[in-house]
Design a protein around this ligand. Sequence first.
Ligand SMILES: *Cc1c(COP(=O)(O)O)cnc(C)c1O
Length: 401
Amino acid sequence: MPGTELFGEEERKEVMDVLNTGVLFRYNHDAQRQGHWKAKDFEAVIARFTGAKHALAVSSGSTAVSTMLAACGVGYGDEVIVPPFTFIATIESVLLAGAIPVFAEIDETLCLSAEGIRAVCGPKTKAVLLVHMCGAAADLDGIMAVCREKNIMLIEDTAQALGATYKGKHLGLYGKIGSFSFDFFKINTCGEGGVVITDDEQLIKTAEYFSDHGHSHEGDNRGMEPHYIMGTNYRIGEINAAIGLAQARKLPYILSQQRKHKAIIQERLSKIPGLAFRKQCDDAGDSATFFHMLFPDEATARAANKAMIEAGVGGAYWYDNMYHYIKQWDHLKDMKMPFRTVAHELGLPQDLKTQKFPKSDAVLSRLISFNIRVTWTEAELNAYLDKVEKAVRSAMEGVEV
Ligand SMILES: *Cc1c(COP(=O)(O)O)cnc(C)c1O
């Protein structure tokens, strides 16, 4: 959780600017705000950092995904291809849009595979909602080729991969539109917040209007602005944006530390015979938020997970102990929501209670991940690695390589 590791004076200064003027709202009140526009500045920093032409800050990563779907016109009955390994927000946004989630297989990139997407593409498929899971890129070349061939939109839920690149370009800029989360667990946090990026001016306008009840933000009389569409309130507040601004300025440092630590970890764990790692589509572009180990089989992964917990260095065995895989999503399988959605009316094309994801199971049952900390000293990192290495080696004993 790098953002939370580096929370301090810079964040407090930006927040105090807002508290001193009392303008907690991101629009208007030009005179009272004494030149402080935290949401606008936050957007500018993210746009400059990622190289996006446009950025829009909103209230969360979840509302950012909803805003993207709205801007792209995804709605009633549209099928959207999603991964079974993601944070559930991805799926909820599709359901709330009145669209239909269709699950495809992931591979050792930990993201949707081009082949998995192709296998579930149909006449009603409108978009792929691609999640760059755990901080690094999916196979974008392969996936973009399928999207072009099938004439479907690519939308990037980049919530977990701010700062990651693919072939030199930031994730979130490969699709029509991309989004980031700034919740408490992401590479940057502002408490609650999200940002949408795109190079498409029309899309960012629609996103902006949608995120603020259709307000066009033209002129300085909010009460009488033209409204081109209806929307909702997904606005970010100035206090959250102020924190996001301070955090975003720390991204270059966070990334360089994480990448430095990842190289040390990689060096060390590569010496363990038979241990494999996440398939990287662009290793240098990995934000290096997580380190991922792939064991030869499920039994060895389970033994390693146990040994790591016993050594006090327990990681994420996503297959069981984290709420990020479809295997755990009983509420989704039962379509438990407080109201009926389009998906209830039309039905899901897949019966999620019986649908199998053998390829995804084969990856996740062998995967253990752990966080790469920004603030590790070299001594701390080495002490941590001593324990991880010992636990992993003990589990790998007797495995034929
Ligand atoms: C965190 C996350 C979200 C939601 O972000 P919030 O800011 O928590 O609403 C959406 N998608 C993915 C893949 C995430 O990891």
